[in-house]
Every structure is written in structure tokens, then in C-alpha cells.
Design a protein around this ligand. Sequence first.
Ligand code: MTE
Length: 316
Amino acid sequence: MIIRRPPDIAPSEITDPGVYNRRREFLAGLGLGLAAAALPGRALAVAAPAHGARFEGVVPNVVTLDEKATPFDSMTTYGNFYEFGPDKESPARNAHRLRTRPWTITVDGAVKTPKTFALDDILKWAPLEERTYRLRCVEGWSAVVPWVGFPFAELAKRAEVTGNAKFVEFWSLADAEQMPFVRIPFLDWPYVEAIRLDEAMHPLTILAFGMYGEVMPKQNGAPVRLVVPWKYGFKGAKSIVRIRFVEKQPETVWTKTAPDEYGFYSNVNPDVPHKRWSQANERRLGEFFRRRTLPFNGYAEQVGQLYTGMDLKRYF
Ligand code: MTE
């Protein structure tokens, strides 16, 4: 492993001028956890969480796939949530520290008036739907997840977005008291991702409040995260506290960290390799053999027209 383990990183290093090098080191480690994780029958290093409260009245099968859902235990014990640590198991180990109530989302930027909404009110805006989407991580693993949520457009409707807005930023919580690794600047906190406004308004783009019929497990981004199924998973900011509409294409946590490796668009594209590894195939969590990666993660028919005339190798 190239990622340095938590005990190696002393808090005194935080203001260290080697921050940049540490970021490179951290980035160099991404994708390498994969090999170990692919070993069949690997014992789980962390326990799956207890099942959470179930949502009532979820509209079933609004989007389904003819593919087996990834087991709940795999989806909750292997993932990325760097605010809780740099390796795949630290979210499951540490995310219990996250307090998900009270929770608000502030909506500001290119809107008539900035507003702050309570999560429990947001949950009443529209029927919760079950939408089973493929999730493709840029590191080469993937999953099939029955999310519970509703289109982002429901929020945009209430935000009174001005005509100048062209992009949307999604800000994750960055509270060092709950998220210990926010003290360590291996990423430029807070975790902010962004997409174009028309991508955000596409009916496949959702705010997800849960998965597998239950409230979102903390390690997967409780109480609310973004899901954009045709993009690499890192576009889906977790534990969102702020949504900002902006006029110009913004920097994101990943374009700031390594612009040559993580483009703004980050549409799943098997023909555009990552600088350090191929994107041609992927391994589903819980499976052994790799499978071919599909353009736009299999959603080309639905979203291809958003990119007509764009050179997707340049705008990767
Ligand atoms: N959001 C925040 N705030 N912090 C993160 O580290 N990781 C991203 C994304 N959202 C991340 C995040 C990455 S790299 C992926 S692949 C997905 O969350 C993983 O989601 P999962 O753990 O539910 O599979």
C-alpha cells in the first residue's frame, strides 16, 4: 500500500509544507487497493452496519436494471469517504461519528434569494423512488445499487435559480469534530463536486436519501448525497450541506488536486484511460471476474445528447 495509514500521520504534520507531496502520494495509492480487494473469499475487515430505518411508501422500480444488486454488506463495508479516512474500510469504521440530525442544506449563488432547507422538509417535497443504478468508481470497481431518492430537479424548482446559472456545486460537510481526517489536508476540504446545470436537471440525476429501502448508511453519505449514474462515482458528493448555483465552470476537489487525472466531466468512458490505469473494464463488488465498462456507464442512450459535438477525449 502506498497510502499512508492513519497512525503514520501525526496532527503536527498538518501545516507541513509537504502537503502537496502527501497529496501526490495519496493519489498514487488510489486504485491500488483494488488488487487486494479482488481476492475471493477475503474476510471482511469491518462489520457491516446494522440495518437502518426503512422508508415507507417508496415508489418501487422507477428505474430498474436486469442486474443483481450488490449485496448490502459489500456496499457498506468497502467505499470512499475520505473525510473518515484514506482506505476503503475507514468509512465503515469511523462514520458512526457523523450526526445526521438536525441537518440543513443551504442553497445559494445564482438564485433569487439564498435559502436554507431542513432535511425533514426536503424529504416531503416529492415521493421517494427506488432507482437501481450502476455505480462505477474511477478506481475500477463498480456496484449495482437500489437508491432511494428523487430527481435533483425537485430542488432546482424551489431554488429560484436565475438565468445566469450554468453549473451546480455540491458541498459536503467538513466538520473536523465529526470527520477526523478533515484535519489532514490530503484533499482540499471541503469536498466540493460540480456538474453542469443541464446535467443536474437530467431526470436520471437524483438526490439520494437512502439505499436498499433504508435510510442512507452514514458511510455511504447520510443523510443526503448526489447520484449521477453516468459519471464516475467521485462526482456523487456525500453528506451535502450546501448547493451553490454558479455561472462559470468551477474548480472541484478533484480538479484542484490532480487536473491531469480527474477531468471536470468525468463521464464513464472506457476509451479514455486514466493517466495511470485503463478504464476499459471493472470489477463488481462481490464478484471475481472483471466485466467490460460501458460508455456513459450504460446510460449513453439517455444522456448522450447532452454532449453532442463535444470531444469527449478532451473534455474527459
Ligand atoms: N463524497 C465525499 N464527501 N467524500 C468522499 O471521499 N468519495 C467519492 C464519492 N463521494 C467521496 C464522496 C467516491 S471516490 C466514490 S467512488 C463514491 O463516493 C463512493 O460511494 P460509496 O462509498 O457509497 O460506494
